[in-house]
Design a protein around this ligand. Structure first.
Ligand code: CAA
Length: 283
């Protein structure tokens, strides 16, 4: 099946990055969220990031304008019904994601492929609540989407080969690299990355190092582009906690126990860059 139009649900940091890369690759994009303010903010960020790529010679000004022209927005979720591919990139809560698919289903074309950008929730379970589990897949982008090369492709138990092949071709057209992961909690990237971030928070909690020394150690000692605490702030501490909870519940192993300090920060509303405060103060 050839994909031409893509509906992106959720205009947050992942959703706007996904809209950006699809538009740049020539797809028609329809982006939706629950408030006009969220859509306006997303368009401003997309423009800024396209501009950044143009100013560094990665794309031409014409490509910037063409990509921007391919992105439309709507506040009405059901407007996405005619898209060939749906990418759900809403809040990392299963009830929210399930409700979005439930609302969309009666308006979809029979051939539309459904995907979720979930970083950890079971694809098989999300798919089982739709009318097309064979056309449902995990489609997991990394943040910042315009920069990161990888896309995880996660098949649910019922996903058919045609759906997998179609999405693999889409990833190639985006100029990115697909990695296949089986449908187990947090897949590959977050199965490995999140316990490392959680361990960095324990290292802070137990007084082994300061925020600065922990981050510098991993940057200078292991060549990571960002320290683990800086990266946690970048991803969002609520997202990090949600993923640790999925690992802890799904694999029933105490090695995935979320650090109490991570829980406390999230309870305080210190979610990282998006709230101007996390392990660092951005105010
Ligand atoms: N849009 C477009 N381009 C962007 C961008 C964006 N949002 N953010 C950065 N860039 C570009 C810059 O323009 C720059 O381009 P050039 O190479 O052409 O100069 C390049 O990316 C590097 O950016 P900067 O020079 O501003 O800053 P940097 O060198 O410190 O890199 C970074 C920034 C790319 C974010 C780097 O720090 C990094 O790779 N960090 C780790 C990110 C990471 O691990 N992401 C995965 C998180 S896990 C995840 O996403 C999964 C999940 O489910 C939670």
């Amino acid at each position: 099946m050839e994909i031409r139009s893509v509906g992106v649900v959720g205009a947050g940091q992942m959703g706007n990055g996904i809209a950006h890369v699809f538009a740049l690759a020539g797809y028609d994009v329809l982006l939706t969220d629950i408030s006009q303010a969220a859509l306006d903010k997303a368009l401003t960020l997309i423009d800024r990031n396209l501009e950044r790529q143009a100013s560094r010679g990665k794309i031409t000004p014409e490509e910037h304008q063409a990509a921007r022209g391919r992105i439309r927005t709507t506040l009405t979720l059901t407007d996405l019904g005619q898209c060939d591919l749906i990418i759900e990139a809403a809040t990392e809560r299963e009830t929210v994601k399930a409700a979005i698919f439930e609302d969309l289903l009666p308006h979809l074309k029979p051939e539309t492929i459904l995907t979720s950008n979930t970083s950890s929730i079971s694809i098989t379970r999300l798919a089982s609540r739709t009318d097309r589990p064979e056309k449902f897949m995990g489609f997991h982008f990394m943040n910042p989407v315009p920069v990161m090369q990888l896309v995880e492709l996660i098949r649910g138990i019922a996903t058919d080969d045609e759906t997998y092949k179609t999405l693999h071709q889409v990833v190639e057209k985006l100029g990115k690299t697909a990695a296949s992961a089986e449908d187990f909690p947090a897949f590959i990237v977050n199965r490995i990355l999140m316990p490392m971030i959680n361990e960095a928070v324990y290292t802070l909690y137990e007084g082994v190092g300061s925020v600065k020394s922990i981050d510098e150690s991993l940057k200078l000692g292991a060549n990571h582009p960002m320290g683990p605490l800086e990266l946690a702030d970048f991803i969002g501490l609520d997202t990090c906690l949600a993923i640790m909870n999925v690992l802890h519940d799904g694999l029933a192993d105490t090695k995935y126990r979320p650090c109490p300090l991570l829980v406390k920060y999230v309870e305080a509303g210190w979610l990282g860059r998006k709230t101007q405060r996390g392990f660092y103060d951005y105010r």
